[in-house]
Design a protein around this ligand. Structure first.
Ligand code: KG4
Ligand code: ZN
Length: 342
């Protein structure tokens, strides 16, 4: 086989999405995600149910990824999998599957850090998108994480700041839950926010030092605000839903942008790349576009399918490691906590 033709099967199972992708070099030939609906009834991810759903999904999903890519498993060069961070039971499903298949096919295994992969999704071959130049700042905003990372090389990353409590996606989802919206509520807040006045209500911006974030205070202030208003007027939420969502979104975007601006000033790096599910949010996207025109930043925002949890991002991280010959031993365990750059 031509050594420049690298085919990677990538598997992601760190939380509640089971995902498989096939990459040909930097290009995703398939990128399939099975989102687990079962958690909706509980208003959040139930770890045990997530592991069981991964077990049911993984084999048909890998077959489908191969079918869509139109390649045979014998053509695969290596298998990349998410080692962590995430829910241990969920990670174990993907890790065990990847190990068995790599043994069966006698091809190398490559472990990937899920958070690094979110950032490396920018290196997937995408029509019309330019790859960020090093060094750049990545802001990873998802349901599990909120981080600002300085990226000096594909695997040379340093976390400059992160959340001390809730992740930004949780702030969206928990606010949505308080408003009676189903899980995950982030996209619903975004949709309602388009229709409401963002200046109608004011929520506090937390005072957190350095480049760290905190969102738990915001959640509490929204809870007290809603309790106060609905006590006086039970129809308040129904009537003001759009304005409440717009005001919450404006506050969250303000929290993110203040820290990002601080990071740009402190590092002198004005190339900024978004990653993670919350990068789909229209408010943060608009704020970054404005930062480009007002302050001369260069903003990189991946296509939606590479923002949320997906396996193509695991594939590109795997491909870059493959080029460096960085393979993984079969004895390598899944790990729930896995910091960037470790
Ligand atoms: O990266 P992701 O798919 O999974 C994690 O690794 O967490 O991110 C999911 C998070 C959820 O909290 C979801 O509500 C949020 O991303 N999200 C959004 C939007 N789309 C997804 N939050 C705000 N606005 C959106 N448009
Ligand atoms: Zn993620």
């Amino acid at each position: 086989m031509n050594p420049s033709d690298i085919f990677i099967l990538a598997i992601e199972s760190s939380c509640d999405d089971t995902a498989a992708a096939i990459l040909h070099n930097r290009k995703a030939l398939s990128n399939i995600v099975a989102t687990q609906q079962i958690h909706q009834a509980y208003g959040g991810v139930v770890p045990e149910l997530a592991s069981r759903a991964h077990q049911q999904n993984i084999v048909p999903l890998v077959h489908r990824a191969l079918d869509v890519a139109n390649i045979d498993k014998k053509q695969l060069s290596a298998i990349a999998f998410t080692r962590g961070p995430g829910l241990l039971g969920s990670l174990l499903v993907g890790t065990s599957f990847a190990k068995s298949l790599s043994m069966g096919l006698k091809i190398p295994l490559i472990e990937v850090n899920h958070m690094e992969a979110h950032i490396l999704s920018h290196f997937l071959e995408t029509e019309g998108a330019t790859v960020p130049a090093f060094p750049f700042l990545a802001m990873t905003i998802s349901g599990g994480h909120t981080q600002i990372v300085q990226v000096r090389g594909h695997f040379e990353m340093e976390v400059l700041g992160e959340t001390l409590d809730d992740a930004v996606g949780e702030a969206f989802d928990k606010s949505a839950k308080l408003l009676g919206l189903p899980y995950p509520g982030g996209p619903l807040i975004d949709a309602c926010a388009q229709l409401g006045d963002p200046d109608r209500f004011t929520f506090p911006i937390p005072k957190v030092g350095g480049l760290d974030f905190s969102f738990s205070g915001l959640k509490t202030s929204i809870l007290y605000f809603l309790q106060r208003e609905t006590a006086a007027d039970p129809g308040f939420v129904a009537r003001e839903k759009n304005a409440i969502c717009a005001s919450i979104q404006k506050t969250i975007v303000e929290i993110l942008m203040r820290k990002l601006k601080k990071a740009v000033l402190e590092t002198g790096i004005n190339r900024v790349a978004l990653a993670g599910g919350v990068a789909a949010n229209s408010g943060i996207r608009k704020a970054l576009r404005e930062a480009e025109s007002e302050w001369g930043w260069t903003a990189h925002i991946p296509p939606f399918e590479y923002c949320t949890d997906n396996a193509a991002m695991i594939g590109i991280a795997g491909y870059l490691k493959y080029l460096d010959g960085r393979f993984t031993d079969l004895g390598t365990p899944a790990i729930a906590r896995y910091t960037i750059g470790s």
